[in-house]
Design a protein around this ligand. Structure first.
Ligand code: SF4
Length: 476
């Protein structure tokens, strides 16, 4: 590095031009939408995926401690998250790509359910399922994974534009990304609607104890060693297996053309050398992780339970705020997003569609952020970390003005919008390129050439702290 950069985000703050200015127009537009956007709490709705295993949903709310995920289950979740990320990026390459992780909300049609679809194109919804063993034919899916069929079928009904041909993509968990793609064609939206409304009404009755949970037979994966069974707290294991309730309303066919297409898209990208801006800001951690991957516990295990619930709360707040920004009509189109990707100066750094907004006919790099802060002083200016992050996003995409939109759930639900202007010399882009090159080299001996991770990473007790310190000492 020409200059030893200690903290990348602080370094990137050097390129701000003038003051960080509050923008009353954008804030006002967001506040207007906020006033008509109800903040649903979990008590107000069912999560769509959960209602596809209704007995488990009910019993896990009654005996939450019995359904705590084990270390093995957490590892499977972590693998699943990685697979979802990779598959989402593959769908983004499709010409008619629209979005990943979009919310479908049943409240508009009077059904208290919300779901988050994995990815969507103009003509199809995609749901990814990571499995130990991949199903070989539709019959096997109906028998072994009925809840996956129900989930995608319910999405197809909740989808306001009623896309009829959607995809269940099964992906192997062994890291080889072996795929089986199945097309799920909706034959009767009415039939699915009936089942969904019925499911929700019955669930409400089960929760209010007007109905016995055995109306749903038993958990989808009822196991002999279930602790509720061995402690005689659940008798439902004696019931028959719950069947797929919508199998007559859909047709499932294997789609080998889609499999081939997805395989091409996955190979094309070289995902192992793709980094988020956060990976770049925490480059020491990223490098450590890339060479220690096999010995690592999944990310979810790094935080304790109270940290995890804070993290979940933050995620929910962010989702709510993203919804407001979306409803305010500030999102860019898939075509505009593709153009931005084409102009990305370091293609190894992954940019998200939600990192850009459109005001009139102008596009701006933007961070949509929710902060748990309780200090009113934080309403005045974004944290320098966020400004540094926006600065990286802006330099990558060649924009000189960007926005940081912030939601403060713990300060009376306030919203702020800040405009930041930058002037970039050549040097910062060069520095970021060097970081990427070191990360790609996976050469741990270069770790001290990288900036240090921001202090909150150490405060969160990064598991690589000792490795970083050790390397620092040996090079002194
Ligand atoms: S015994 Fe079966 S139905 Fe009952 S809680 Fe356990 S897994 Fe679910």
């Amino acid at each position: 590095m020409d200059e030893k950069i200690i903290d990348l985000t602080l370094y990137m703050n050097k390129f701000i031009s003038g003051n960080v200015t509050p923008n009353a127009t954008i804030r006002g537009e967001l506040v207007k939408i906020q006033q008509i956007t109800k903040r649903y709490s979990e008590k107000d709705y069912f999560f769509l995926k959960d209602i596809c295993d209704p007995v488990k949903l009910y019993l896990s709310s009654k005996y939450p401690e019995r359904f705590e995920p084990t270390i093995d289950t957490k590892k499977i979740f972590s693998i699943g998250n990685r697979i979802h990320g990779t598959m989402g990026k593959a769908i983004e390459k499709m010409d008619d790509f629209i979005d990943t992780e979009a919310i479908l909300d049943g409240h508009l049609i009077g059904i208290p359910v919300r779901g988050r679809i994995d990815a969507e194109t103009k003509n199809a919804i995609f749901e990814f399922k990571s499995k130990n063993e991949l199903p070989v034919n539709p019959q096997e899916i109906i028998e072994r994974y009925p809840q996956d069929v129900e989930q995608l079928g319910f999405y197809s009904f909740l989808d306001p534009i009623k896309r009829k041909e959607n995809y269940l993509i099964f992906v192997s968990q062994d890291g080889k990304y072996t795929l089986r793609a199945f097309k799920l064609t909706t034959k009767s939206f009415k039939g699915i609607e009936r089942e969904l409304r019925n499911r929700v009404e019955l669930l409400k009755k089960v929760f209010s104890e007007e109905e016995h949970p055995s109306v749903f037979f038993k958990c989808r994966y009822c196991k002999d060693d279930c602790s509720l069974k061995t402690d005689s707290l659940c008798e439902l294991y004696k019931n028959k297996n719950p069947k797929c309730s919508i199998k007559d309303f859909v047709e499932i066919t294997r789609d080998e053309i889609m499999e081939k297409y997805l395989n091409e898209l996955i190979e094309l990208k070289g995902f192992e050398n793709l980094y988020s801006i956060f990976n770049i800001i925490t480059s020491r951690k990223t490098l450590n992780k890339s060479i220690n991957e096999l010995e690592l516990e999944p990310e979810e295990l790094e935080v304790d339970e109270s940290e995890k619930s804070k993290y979940m709360e933050k995620k929910k707040n962010k989702t709510y705020f993203e919804e407001i920004v979306y409803k305010a009509g500030l999102s860019i189109s898939a075509k505009e997003y593709k153009n931005i990707l084409k102009n990305n100066k370091i293609p190894e750094i992954y940019l998200k569609k939600s990192n850009f907004i459109k005001i009139g006919d102008k596009i701006y790099p933007t961070l949509i952020h929710s902060t748990p802060s309780i200090y009113s002083s934080s309403l005045r200016k974004p944290h320098s970390y966020k400004i540094g992050e926006l600065s990286i996003l802006s330099i990558l995409t060649g924009f000189a003005t960007g926005y940081i939109l912030i939601y403060y759930p713990n300060i009376s639900d306030e919203i702020r919008a800040f405009e930041v202007k930058f002037v970039f010399p050549n040097e910062p882009l060069r520095e970021i390129k060097k970081i990427v090159e070191i990360l790609k080299s996976k050469d741990i001996s270069k770790i001290n050439e990288l900036p240090e991770c921001p202090s909150f990473i150490h405060e969160n007790d990064c598991k690589f702290k000792n490795i970083c310190l050790e390397k620092e000492n040996t090079t002194k």
